[in-house]
Design a protein around this ligand. Sequence first.
Ligand SMILES: N[C@@H](CCC(=O)N[C@@H](CS)C(=O)NCC(=O)O)C(=O)O
Length: 239
Amino acid sequence: MGSPRYDVYYWPTPNGHKVTILLEEAEVDYRLVPVDIRQGEQFTEAFVALSPNNRMPALVDHAPDDGGEPLAVFESGAILWYLAEQLGRFLPQGSRARADASQWLFWQMANQGPMSGQFRHFDAYATERIPYAIDRYRREVARLWAVLDRRLQDREYIAGDYSIADMACFPWVRPARAMGQDLAQFPHVQRWMEALKRRPAVERAYAKGKAIEAAAPPMTADSWRLLFGQDASTVSGRS
Ligand SMILES: N[C@@H](CCC(=O)N[C@@H](CS)C(=O)NCC(=O)O)C(=O)O
């Protein structure tokens, strides 16, 4: 047995879970390479060469279809798209259906992900409690969940069959309470979330994340500085 085709540079966060969910669903062999963002592993030269934004996840395909050098992809949405195209799964056929899936994937990447991330920052990590910021992002996340709820009111999945659009949105809904939301207010999202949560591949993806988290050193004061003290000088070559 050779080494797996795909390496996933990963930490068990919602953006990391997106990629492992897809690979578990596809039952593809892959290697998880932990990038402990609480210990600053996202800043190593080797990782930044793969992911210039010093964020995980990143993917390396060791057997790209042009037969060339290993191919690296960063940004979870781009990784999902790349893998779905390679695998020929979880992305609908036909330009109309594909546009539908892509717009919801971009919606997740540009709205649900960043707004939820800001909510979480001000609610759980900021050293100063700023009610305006917490409230602003909680309300915006609620608005986005209402958009998703309306979308799901007359369909099982976000865009046609189960697709990368669902895989992108789900990890940001699963920890509903941490996102400041009451799932009962969004019944269609709740029904969809419960169904996805029970999928064996989703369970396997989260179990792998849990094992990595359990083996990792805890967050320290240094972790706070590494994660939330970044500015232009963090980007190598600029200090
Ligand atoms: N838009 C990016 C966001 C990636 C992202 O923010 N990753 C976080 C964890 S969820 C990270 O690597 N943080 C490390 C840091 O802030 O230094 C994606 O979807 O891949």
